[in-house]
Design a protein around this ligand. Sequence first.
Ligand code: ZN
Length: 306
Amino acid sequence: MADQLVRATAAGGRIRAVGVLSTRLTDEARQRHKLSYVATAALGRTMAAGLLLASNMKQADARVNLRVQGDGPLGGILVDAGADGTVRGYVNNPEIELPPSARGKLDVGRAVGADGFLYVVKDLGYGYPFSGTTELVSGEIGDDVTHYLVTSEQIPSALVLGVFVGADGVEAAGGLLLQVMPGPDGEEDEELSAVLEKRIANLDGFTPMVRAGMRLPQMLEELLGDQDLQLLSDVQMVRFYCQCSAPRVLRALKMLGEEELLDMIEKDGGAEATCHFCNEVYQVEASQLEGLVDQIRAETEANSQS
Ligand code: ZN
């Protein structure tokens, strides 16, 4: 199954539902960053959450950044997801491995750490980013993002995220998000929220459904079939994508200034830059650095003449 995102409404528009299947992109992140099992699960869950949160943003260039900063050995997690279905991200310590939890699962909560914060920045595409911060609940990511949605955005939400990593890589990843929209007078439907929370809590988890061959529409049908479920017909493809490029790397190097660049040319005969988000390595030749120095000198001269 290709990675994809499916949107739906139910209960006459009172419920917003979205599901994402992100198995392949999670495996791409695993390979790019050489992630351990537990790091794959932690980053994979956060990437799925990012795509789910970005899915209701209207502007095509809208993006959401999630930064999870717990006190566990994994260090921080940063994910950047777009309404266009692209996502990228990294963890600070990708090699950290932990024994399974008491329930025999990858111990994401301990790797991330329960003491810390989730920072969310939403750039709606209009140039005024909105940000919110909440304390972590468990470090398991799903709980933490739900807590953020309920307390910071004040939208009753039920969320399940999952990543299953086998010996050959990621076998299933993704998640489901159900939200109750406020009524015409802004009132909350607490009964409906409680029903959704219970249904998500009663699921075995996300990845067992994927591994049993269920597709996203079927999962939503199972959850909301009795609530007048309306699947939106547009299925959106989602993928790991990083907008870094050689010209961007050169622009960043140029910001270092003439002195630093000359130092790199002399001592290293060039430069090597690695993109945090996708781990792509860029080799920059001494001649390219010299070109940057020439540009800086020409610009300084032009400025001093004006
Ligand atoms: Zn990159």
